[in-house]
Design a protein around this ligand. Structure first.
Ligand code: ADP
Length: 717
């Protein structure tokens, strides 16, 4: 029934109209709808409104689609009822049926003849105003302008409201997102307002790590309610907290470690980062702290460092009693508030070798306990039982009831209680099928702050590892002591044996010499059987060999006792070399080696002649023995203040591995099956050379021969 006039355009884009307040520069839409019976009437009205330039719709009651125009952009509906008030009222009634029209003010234009009753009918429909003929264009325009202005303001308000709602929704959304992010972070987060310190936000992880609900702090002072502590157990003052320091200085406090004494009694280590949050104006808006629990990491790190340093101590000394005492001292506080070491004595009793405690009073109590109530192997529990069974004893909680059961009398119980032990761990010292001691660790009441105050599997593993290393060190030290004792016994034996064996050699030699001389006389002019002389010569050679061997043994014991005395005289090395080479020439020839004596004719110096002979003898006899029947070159020469002796063979040579070793006592580098020898010649040679202030070295290649070079200072200081 109602419709827009075919000439009337649909609402154009919202007309630009500056806002009344001047603060809003946004586009506002304010349109008018003119409804009347005659289009020419409407055109006349439109004329009046031209100065207002509003987007305008004109409609005669022809079509249904008029309803589509009724939207929020309409500032006013002007109903021209000048021709018929009744038609006008009906028009308005139909329009107002549409819900969007309910809030659009309706302005009636009526004929002069309108009665008060007519006007009442109009107002009862919700009409806002009526203008009766004669129509003043100015009043009409001014009224319409008021509606337009009102509408613009309402539109502006609506927009502002919508924007505020959208901003609030966005803020709620970002708050929800922040919450979601905070809750999902693997680290604990605590955000506080600046400068008050009031808690703004935190996540569940923060409460989880601290072990209690977030405390309702409204200012920095209240931070003192939290439980951060110093390593000595003192509580943090409010202003010591990282967040408080950030608020005070505006500077971040990166990567700090902080001890936290949780209500469950455990002390955790937090790694904490705190920093400022600045607002757009560059003012401190808030401070944020993020922290994580690194207790396990710290513990593992401490344990590793402890083990490494203890291992170094253990490896550094063979005095195992001192070393173990040191380990006991180091175990506190790394593994407990107290530590004690009990060792099995040869008589089967236990001796407390070392005690350490963070509290000197309790250390004394532990000592007194060991003195008056020492552990015994037959005990049902404690170090004695651990040593007897070879098994670790872990008491996570040491109750008073347990002490009562363990105590042998009232005084014992009093001492046990005095130790304040709350948890104990005892591990055996075990090596090569033997348990010879036990290391005991204790946590005590009032001890140092710790992550846990009772021993568990982790500490057990560490303590057992430590005990294994300590036991190995003790075992090594014992083996070393035993080996040293065996060497001492051997040297003593050699000293005695060589002396005793040498004693009959001298008379035996004299007797053989006498026998050799007697032979021609006994045979009374007849020539003695050749074989007899040969036997005697053979016996004398064997005697000489025997005495050489015994001399070597005798020298070794003299060297070991530091009794290698030298009788220094003017000596010529070249002369000594010539003589010894002459003695050995037949022997060399027997082995197929040609002996070349080279070098200078005189190499004078001040040395012990007999000892020098011994040096040349040892080197030359080796060259013949290991020279494989090939030529041997010996030479003596002087170089500056040094005299040099060289013995070179082209024999079997010496492997690089053996070249240093062969100068040691009893060291040999050939198989016993093929070559005899005690492995003492080079040891004695080096001892003599060094006693005379010289050096000896070997250059050799297996299969190509060896050159031994001795250098002696010509004069000794
Ligand atoms: P030994 O009485 O066994 O020869 P030494 O102390 O004189 O004892 O020598 C130690 C070892 O050094 C010998 O067993 C041998 O293996 C090696 N050795 C010494 N001299 C020579 C050499 N000239 N050529 C090869 N090997 C040698």
């Amino acid at each position: 029934m109602w419709g827009t006039h075919p000439e009337s355009p649909l609402p154009p884009a919202l007309a630009r109209k500056p806002g009344g307040t001047g603060e809003v520069s946004e586009e506002t839409a304010s349109a008018l709808l003119l409804v009347g019976e005659q289009m020419e009437d409407l055109a006349g009205l439109e004329e009046f409104l031209v100065p207002l330039e509003p987007p305008l719709h004109k409609a005669v009651p022809w079509g249904e689609e008029l309803g589509a125009l009724l939207d929020a952009s309409l500032a006013c509906i002007i109903v021209d009822a000048r021709r018929s008030w009744t038609v006008g009222i009906e028009t308005a009634r139909r329009l107002l049926v549409h819900p969007p029209a309910r809030y659009i003010p309706v302005l009636f234009l009526g004929a002069r003849s309108c009665s008060e009753a007519d006007l009442l009918r109009g107002y009862s429909l919700g009409t806002v105003d009526c203008i009766l003929e004669p129509l003043s264009p100015d009043i009409f325009r001014l009224k319409v302008e008021i509606y337009l202005e009102q509408h613009r303001r309402q539109t502006l308000m609506k927009r502002t409201l919508q924007r505020a709602e959208r901003a609030e929704a966005a803020a709620r959304e970002s708050e929800r997102m922040l919450q979601a992010i905070l809750q999902q972070l693997p680290v604990a987060v605590h955000i506080v307002e600046a400068p008050s310190g009031r808690t703004l936000n935190f996540n569940a992880q923060a409460e989880l790590l601290m072990g209690h609900p977030m405390l309702p702090c409204t200012c920095v002072k209240e931070y003192a309610q939290y439980h951060a502590i110093h390593p000595d157990g003192r509580r943090f003052a409010a202003e010591e907290y990282p967040l408080a320091r950030v608020l005070a200085t505006g500077k971040p406090t990166p990567q700090e470690e902080l001890l936290y004494d949780r209500p469950d009694g455990s002390v955790r280590v937090f790694l904490i980062n705190a920093g400022p949050i600045w607002d757009a104006r560059g003012e401190l808006h808030a401070a944020v702290a993020s922290f994580m629990d690194i207790t396990a990491l710290k513990r593992a790190e401490t344990h590793q460092t402890f083990l490494a340093s203890v291992s170094e101590t253990l490896a550094g000394s063979l005095d195992y009693e001192a070393t173990l005492s040191h380990v006991v001292q180091r175990a506190v506080p790394a593994l407990g508030d107290g530590c004690a070491l009990d060792m099995v004595e040869p008589d089967g009793g236990l001796r407390r070798l070392a005690v350490a405690h963070v509290d000197p009073v309790r250390r004394e109590i532990a000592r007194e306990l060991a003195r008056h109530h020492p552990s015994r192997l037959e005990d049902a529990t404690g170090p004695g039982a651990v040593i007897r069974t070879g098994r670790t004893e872990l008491l996570a909680e040491v109750t008073d009831e347990l002490l009562v059961r363990y105590a042998s009398d009232a005084r014992h119980l009093e001492l046990l209680r005095g130790t304040g032990v709350t948890s104990s761990l005892i591990v055996p010292l075990h090596a090569r099928d033997r348990t010879f001691g036990a290391l005991a660790f204790f946590y005590c009441r009032g001890g140092l702050p710790r992550a846990s105050r009772s021993y568990g599997p982790e500490e057990q593993r560490l303590a057992e590892d430590l005990a294994r290393r300590a036991a190995l060190a003790v075992d090594n030290a014992r083996l070393y002591r035993e080996a040293q004792r065996a060497v001492r016994l051997r040297d003593e034996f050699l000293s005695v044996a060589s002396h005793e064996l040498k004693t009959p050699l001298t008379p035996l030699n004299l007797k053989l010499t006498a026998l050799s001389r007697e032979i021609p006389r006994c045979c009374a002019g007849e020539s003695p059987p050749e074989s007899l002389q040969r036997h005697v010569d053979m016996a004398r050679r064997q005697l000489w060999k025997l005495s050489t061997l015994l001399n070597a043994l005798f020298d070794v014991s003299r060297i070991a006792q530091g009794k290698l005395a030298l009788d220094v005289t003017d000596t010529d090395l070249s002369e000594v070399l010539g003589e010894v080479a002459a003695w050995f020439a037949p022997e060399a020839a027997r082995m197929g080696s040609k002996l070349w004596v080279e070098g200078e004719t005189h190499v004078p110096g001040r040395w012990d002649r007999l000892r020098l002979e011994q040096v040349v003898t040892n080197l030359l006899s080796n060259a013949i023995r290991y020279g494989a029947g090939r030529p041997i070159h010996v030479r003596a020469e002087t170089e500056g203040h040094l005299a040099r002796l060289m013995v070179r063979d082209e024999g079997i040579g010496i492997s690089p591995e053996a070249q240093e070793r062969i100068f040691g006592k009893f060291e040999r580098a050939v198989s016993e099956r093929h070559y005899g020898g005690l492995g003492l010649g080079l040891y004695i040679t080096r001892s003599i050379v060094e006693a005379m202030g010289g050096t000896i070295r070997v250059d050799s290649r297996p299969g190509q021969g060896s050159t031994f070079t001795v250098e002696l200072p010509c004069r000794q200081e």
